[in-house]
Design a protein around this ligand. Structure first.
Ligand code: HEM
Length: 463
């Protein structure tokens, strides 16, 4: 019998090599990336296409720019793209085996146990805690507003979203001092993670700058969290917060609950994943709102009409669709998690290129959200993009700020709800005026923060 050509190795079709960015020896394209990362990514896509190899000198990664790639690596072939590589190793140092970093059966078990607590209907019970925390934060900004003092809105939103996460996680069980201790510690640890990523390959005994302080920060965080876990296990305090719910959850198959160590890892995960991300969205939303009076006026009109000056409730959320569209557009134009690193487990192929096992890929959310084929005039802030009419026909993975597939953010509904409530309450209470004309630049770090925050002056409104 004649062999078919497909079974003969010497006639196997060889695939073309991926285009590779130009760069210097040792550092590759790093200098250009550091100068202006997002301009670099936009230009690289135009020059090399939707998929290319990024030359970082000593290492190379494949960068994915089209929503079809998000569908491929996050959903269709999600099993083949795992959370390996230096960034995830650095995050593991902080979160242990928490949900963002765990994998395989262990991840599945944890996800099954935690998922029900994040369903929209379960969140109804957390709305009051959220609204209370937002209100306390806004109250604490009144003095600066009355004095006309400039404030950094990004820091303010960090404090607000931290208060929301702490209140919903722990109820009122956490004292102000404990909250500040945990917040400072995790804030420091987050900043240190970038250093940890760069230095992960060095031997563990090397005394790196900041490492001791990082370990101290982790110990401080753990001290607070283990104390609260012990109190909650002993049945002290109220029971409507997330920690209490996680404490009482058992795996349906084995009937076992989580150990203290696992609870600590999940609490650290929710803390880390859940507060700065939402704060970044609110800050970018205000960055654009403060420059687009027509969008702001429409938002204020919606909030006024829906709430007539009172506090929002869960039932009000459907009456605030434009508020949600403002948040969606802020997350499109400045996605807090702007890149998701993965490593291919087995050989694969994308767009006709070979992706051998072990390849590190970057799923570049930022470019999916700026792809000119999906988003005309991508640098323009325009919430109307999210009307049903304008959304029709768009690729299903063109907007993926919360990731996609199995590893979709568990806190998606939580943060959209928090964002809607916070934006509505902020719009009711304060007018915001920028104190500088320069464009706010994004900073290249683990998340897409505004480089120098957002300096503004707040003025009290009487809505
Ligand atoms: C605007 C706010 C937020 C953004 C943009 C965001 C973004 C993301 C993204 C992109 C992922 C997927 C990561 C990956 O696949 O590599 C993720 C996962 C996750 N997020 Fe969020 N997140 C937000 C808010 C929250 C909140 C409020 C919580 C908790 C209360 C949370 C908890 C988590 C957890 C636990 C995971 C891991 C899920 C898993 O792998 O099973 N996030 N988030």
């Amino acid at each position: 019998m004649l062999e078919t050509s497909a079974s003969l190795p010497f006639v196997a079709k060889s695939r073309p090599a991926l285009p590779e960015t130009e760069g210097w020896p040792l550092v590759g394209s790093l200098p250009q990336i550091l100068k202006d990362p997002f301009a670099f990514f936009a230009q690289a896509r135009e020059r090399y296409g939707d998929i290319y190899r990024l030359n970082l000198g000593l290492t190379k990664v494949v960068v994915l720019n089209h929503p079809r790639h998000a569908q491929h690596v996050l959903r269709d072939q999600g099993q083949n793209y795992r959370k390996g590589g230096p960034m995830w190793d650095a995050v593991r140092g902080l979160l242990g085996n928490g949900l963002v970093v765990s994998e395989g059966d262990f991840w599945l078990r944890q996800r099954r146990m935690m998922q029900p607590h994040f369903h929209r209907q379960r969140l109804v019970g957390l709305t009051d805690l959220m609204v209370e925390a937002i209100e306390e934060s806004l109250d604490s900004w009144e003095a600066a507003a009355a004095a006309g003092e400039p404030v950094n809105l990004h820091q303010h939103f960090n404090q607000l979203t931290m208060r929301v996460i702490v209140r919903t996680l722990f109820g009122s069980a956490l004292s102000r001092e404990d909250m500040e201790q945990a917040g400072r510690a995790i804030g420091y640890a987050l900043d240190y993670i970038m250093t940890a990523m760069i230095t992960h390959a060095l031997p563990g005994w090397l005394p790196l700058p900041g490492k001791k302080r990082y370990q101290q920060a982790l110990a401080e965080f753990d001290e607070v969290v283990y104390r609260i876990i012990a109190q909650s296990r002993a049945g002290e305090g109220e029971e409507n917060h997330l920690l209490a719910m996680l404490l009482n959850t058992v795996d349906e198959e084995t009937g076992e609950g989580m150990s203290d160590k696992q609870l600590r890892d999940e609490v650290a995960t929710i803390f880390l994943a859940g507060y700065e991300t939402t704060s970044i969205v609110l800050t970018w939303a205000y960055d654009y709102l403060s420059q687009q009076p027509a969008v702001m006026a429409k938002l204020q009109a919606e909030v006024h009409e829906a709430l007539q000056g009172r506090r929002p409730t869960f039932a009000d959320l459907p009456k605030l669709p434009y508020t949600k569209m403002v948040l969606q557009e802020a997350m499109r134009i400045r996605p807090p998690s702007y890149w998701l690193p993965r490593t291919a487990v087995a050989d694969d192929e994308m767009d006709g290129y070979d992706i051998p096992a072990g390849t590190n890929v970057i799923s570049l959310t930022y470019m999916y959200h700026h792809h000119p084929e999906q988003w005309p005039d991508p640098e323009r802030f325009d919430p109307e993009r999210f009307t049903p009419e304008q959304s029709a026909g768009r690729h299903a993975f063109a907007w993926v700020p919360f990731g996609a597939g199995q590893r979709l953010c568990i806190g998606r509904d939580f943060s959209l709800m928090e964002g809607q409530l916070a934006l509505a309450m902020m719009v009711q209470r304060f007018d915001v005026r920028r104190t500088q004309d320069e464009e706010t630049k994004p900073q290249l770090s683990g998340t897409l923060r505004p480089k120098n925050g957002l300096p503004v002056i707040l003025t009290r409104r009487n809505d």
